[in-house]
Design a protein around this ligand. Structure first.
Ligand SMILES: NC(=O)c1ccc[n+]([C@@H]2O[C@H](COP(=O)([O-])OP(=O)(O)OC[C@H]3O[C@@H](n4cnc5c(N)ncnc54)[C@H](OP(=O)(O)O)[C@@H]3O)[C@@H](O)[C@H]2O)c1
Length: 229
């Protein structure tokens, strides 16, 4: 059975990605930074008879990341997919306004978290015959849309997209594919009540980028179609 790790999966798009991947036959490691919330989310999927287990992971905590790598190595010896979904949005401010503390906090979660996870889990992903890394990004981090509000968030997602391109280049020939996905504007705590998309729709292209074959590498997708970085 293939294995997949999803970050920030106790609610929102991450939880739905876990559900869809488990339905697609994956053993899902549902991770969250809050143990009670994470276990509750995993229990919800276990009640649906899905293959899901919980692991505590604050993506800003390097000890958690190393513990996850050790756990996966001992239990499975391989990882088939990493979905870097966890993120915070920060304040609405444009680029000169947010405090440096806030920008650092957003970068720690949305950029350094995925970077450290990829670095730590790469040996296990390379053990897969079709490893996948999916970085959950946003059109707000595309080069042609670096204007206006949510500056810290946009900067962090530009960085995330750069990780996609650089790891894709670095991993060429290893079999590990690295892509970014924009889920669209989705009705979650982050997206708000006015968002037009359901979590099922938001999770769709993320799950497709994990499961579909053949899959290119170093691309940015929305609605299962390539979009410009
Ligand atoms: N919703 C949208 O319209 C939209 C649009 C474009 C892109 N996206 C992207 O889609 C992804 C999921 O967004 P969402 O709408 O589902 O957001 P959400 O409802 O706000 O959920 C975010 C998740 O990330 C977790 N998280 C935050 N910081 C974390 C950390 N340090 N360690 C581990 N988990 C952490 C949260 O955990 P807690 O419950 O503990 O806070 C929560 O589970 C994000 O990458 C976001 O940027 C969303």
């Amino acid at each position: 059975m293939k294995t997949a790790v999803v970050t920030g999966a106790n609610r929102g798009i991450g939880l739905e990605v876990c559900r869809q991947l488990a339905h697609a036959g994956y053993q899902v490691i549902l991770t969250a930074r809050d143990e009670a919330k994470g276990r509750k989310a995993a229990d919800l999927l276990l009640e649906e008879n899905l293959n899901v287990e919980f692991f505590l992971l604050d993506v800003t905590n390097n000890h958690h990341i190393r513990d996850l790598a050790d756990f996966l190595k001992k239990k499975y010896g391989v990882l088939d997919a990493l979905v870097n979904n966890a993120a915070i949005i920060g304040s609405r401010e444009s680029v000169s306004a947010p405090s440096s503390d806030e920008i650092r906090q957003v970068m720690e979660t949305n950029y350094f978290g995925p970077l450290m996870l990829i670095k730590e889990l790469l040996p296990l992903l390379k053990q897969s015959d079709d490893g996948r890394i999916v970085n959950v990004s946003t059109g707000m981090g595309a080069w042609n849309d670096l204007v206006g509000n949510y500056a810290a968030y946009r900067l962090s997602k530009v960085g995330l997209n750069a990780l996609t391109l650089m790891f894709a280049n670095d991993l060429h020939g290893t079999g590990v594919k690295v892509n970014s996905v924009c889920p669209g504007w989705v009705k979650t705590d982050m997206g708000g009540a006015n968002a037009p998309r359901t979590v099922e729709q938001g999770a769709d292209t993320i799950v497709w980028a994990v499961t579909h074959s053949p899959m290119p590498t170093g691309k940015f997708f929305r609605n299962r179609r390539e979009i410009p970085f």
